[in-house]
Design a protein around this ligand. Structure first.
Ligand code: SAM
Length: 275
């Protein structure tokens, strides 16, 4: 039998590994993160939708918030890891910190996503009170301090978080976002924005969440019994508060399909803010 030199064996093994990588077979090699169990997915999506949403968030954070493969990224309200999962699938090599107020979800993300990419991908649990998600939380949302150093972060995502938070809490979170962002860093945050096109759609009965209840002149919500099911803020009022917090609107508001705009790219509305 003819011998094969160790360097040839190594070369062949590398070539084979490259081929497997090329056909996208991370899963085969155990390199792709697992999907969260259906029981944790409180937004009810199937696997395909979970992956699609994560990919969309990654795409948008790259496009609008300047995220690269080497950025330092924070995911406020990281849920069951849709964005982190998308980053990992896309080959992200930077640092990610997600935090949430739901301990079971944070535990799953730590066990399955952090383990996959330690120590660059981390998750924190903050026991912050939220009337819908964590009514017995011990930390008042208006007193939260994000566990991150000032000016240490390139980009922050708040996907479907401010759509479930009262205004004092939103303002505190904006202030903390500004504190941890480096100068020039960006926030991508979704909202239900109350603005003229929303008002027309609302009057025509053409919104997914009819914001029939007023909490204040600049805040409305859809469900009388559960205001944080879907809560919206007047755009002008919000932009004035954004400026007060030391952030500025970096791109025109991206208005979503929830309020009768069938061709829009996103479901919720998004603001891109910059320090
Ligand atoms: C609709 S889910 C969105 C989850 C995730 N951002 C995503 O898009 O997959 C809202 C998330 O915000 C979290 N949340 C609510 N209030 C919060 C707060 N005060 N601080 C951090 N997270 C919060 C909830 O626990 C929940 O995981």
């Amino acid at each position: 039998m003819r011998g094969v030199s160790p360097s040839k064996v190594l070369k062949r093994a590398r070539a084979a590994a490259g081929a497997v990588r090329d056909i996208g077979a991370g899963q085969l090699l155990g390199r792709a993160p697992p999907l969260p169990p259906v029981g944790l997915r409180f937004m009810g999506e199937d696997d395909a939708r979970f992956l699609e949403t994560g990919d969309q968030l990654v795409h948008d954070m790259r496009r609008w918030a300047g995220v690269t493969d080497h950025s330092v990224v924070v995911d406020v309200g990281s849920g069951y890891g849709r964005f982190a999962h998308g980053l990992l699938r896309g080959g992200f090599r930077g640092e990610y910190y997600g935090f949430d107020i739901l301990p079971r979800h944070v535990t799953w993300c730590r066990s399955h996503l952090t383990r996959f990419a330690r120590p660059r991908v981390r998750f924190g649990h903050l026991d912050v009170e939220n009337a819908r998600y964590n009514p017995r939380g011990t930390i008042r949302a208006e007193e939260v301090v994000f566990p991150l150093a000032s000016r240490s972060v390139d980009a922050i995502l708040l996907a479907s978080v401010f759509t479930h938070m009262y205004e004092d809490h939103v303002l505190r979170y904006l202030s903390e976002a500004r504190r941890i962002l480096r100068v020039g860093g960006r926030v991508m945050a979704s909202f239900f924005l109350l603005e003229p096109r929303w008002a027309a759609a609302h009057a025509a009965g053409d919104t997914a969440y009819p914001m029939d209840h007023a909490r204040s002149p600049h805040c409305r919500y859809a469900d009388a019994k559960d205001p944080l099911f879907a809560i919206g803020y007047d755009l002008e009022w919000l932009l004035a508060r954004v400026e007060e917090q030391g952030l500025r609107l970096a791109e025109p508001p991206r208005l979503g399909r929830w309020a009768g705009r069938p061709g829009a790219e996103t479901w919720q509305d998004f603001l891109i803010l910059e320090r």
